[in-house]
Design a binder for this molecule. Structure first.
Ligand code: ZN
Length: 383
């Protein structure tokens, strides 16, 4: 049955439109009328809220105590927690792990994808650089194994949407070509590659930079490294963990407003942390602390990821890095949706899936979420 929503302000076509009536029909956005008046049966959005598309997170590993690698029930809880915070489309990420454990996790995530709860699977590793592995366990990082990769793709029944690998590894370019042929996004990350090696990977079809600036060497005068190759290619979508910690706020601003030729996209890189307690827990069997939304290893003070949903990243990008809100919303919605091939997401437009976030215009907190035309009612159970 059709439902209508009336709002003072809605982000449509890159502009904030006023006095908007949106028809929701069978989970999709129907007719949109701008500069109109509401009707008595329409749901009235509070005037404090701006209506934006639901967030699309393509790099996320869990939430609270739950991880996408920890079985069906845990993965489902993590998804619902993100959904209640505005992430209406989510690709579940797995880090490098034991081969059998990865196979089991792929099988449960394929089921969750089949049920429409998540939007696919992302493998971060295990074919990455030992030197740049970050939070990945050394024992699980492997040389490129095309047979294993094709086994996982087959097992996932087409649900693996993206794989991160290091292009300098032997066989990596063949793996990138294989992924692209199979319709999977090849991402470059956790890499020690040179500028030239990175360019070759992009020429082979790699199209995403995994958390740009993290898990890769910095930019130096005589070593442009992977960073410049990724930033300057119009074919590459660059993931930014724009929390103000993983990338300096000034660099977030520079990347988004000036430096990136391709598409800047925001990701949460949100981790599920094991163990009790809100402030100290475990990642990869190492103690971590929570610090202003970042997850930090206790032994060396290095960053492991975040504990933030994408809505938290959006807020940080605006409040800490000074990104314009409309640009930030694009980087958290249509940018990642296009990158991963979710064609009917990330925009408020007739025919798109009815995924909406009611964002408080002042605090930038998520007030209410609609997914597939239904209001999300899950409680914020980890708060
Ligand atoms: Zn990573």
């Amino acid at each position: 049955m059709a439902e209508t929503i009336f709002a003072d302000r809605v982000l449509i076509g890159g502009r904030i439109q006023k006095d908007v009536l949106i028809e929701i029909d069978d989970g999709r956005i129907g007719e949109i009328r701008i500069n109109t008046s509401g009707n008595s049966s329409a749901f009235r959005v509070p005037s404090s809220c701006l209506v934006i598309p639901g967030f699309v997170d393509i790099h996320c590993h869990g939430f609270g105590p739950d991880s996408f690698g920890a079985g069906f029930a845990s993965a489902r809880r993590a998804t619902l927690a993100h959904r209640a915070r505005g992430t209406t489309s989510l690709v579940a990420g797995l880090v490098s792990s034991d081969t059998e454990d990865t196979s089991r996790a792929i099988a449960s995530l394929a089921t969750l994808t089949g049920e429409g709860i998540i939007d696919g699977v992302f493998l971060e590793g295990p074919f990455i650089s030992v030197a740049r592995r970050g939070a990945h366990r050394e024992g699980f990082v492997r040389p490129v194994d095309l047979g294993l990769l094709s086994h996982w793709l087959e097992q996932s029944k087409g649900t693996i949407r993206m794989v991160t690998l290091a292009p300098e590894l032997s066989g990596a370019l063949d793996a990138i070509r294989f992924l692209v042929r199979e319709g999977v996004v090849a991402a470059i990350g956790h890499t020690d590659a040179t500028y030239e090696e990175t360019r070759s990977a992009i020429d082979a079809g790699a199209s995403v930079a995994t958390h740009l600036g993290n898990g890769m060497p910095s930019l130096f005068a005589r070593q442009p490294g992977p960073l410049l190759a990724l930033m300057e290619s119009p074919k590459v979508s660059c993931e930014l963990i724009a929390d103000g910690r993983h990338v300096h706020p000034c660099l977030v601003r520079y990347f988004v407003n000036h430096a990136i030729s391709g598409v800047p996209i925001f990701v949460s890189d949100c981790l599920g942390v094991e163990g009790e307690g809100k402030h100290i827990a475990l990642v990869s069997d190492r103690l971590v602390e929570m610090d202003d939304g970042a997850v930090v290893f206790k032994d060396n003070g290095k960053l492991a990821g975040t504990a933030l949903p994408l809505s938290g990243i959006l807020k940080s990008s605006v409040t800490k890095a000074g990104i314009d809100l409309i640009t930030a919303v694009s980087a958290a919605t249509i940018g990642p949706a296009r990158t991963i091939g979710l064609e009917d997401r990330g925009k408020i437009e007739t025919g798109y899936r009815a995924d909406l976030v009611l964002l408080n215009g002042t605090s930038l907190d998520v007030a209410r979420v609609m997914r597939c035309g239904n209001w999300v009612v899950e409680k914020h159970e980890y708060e």
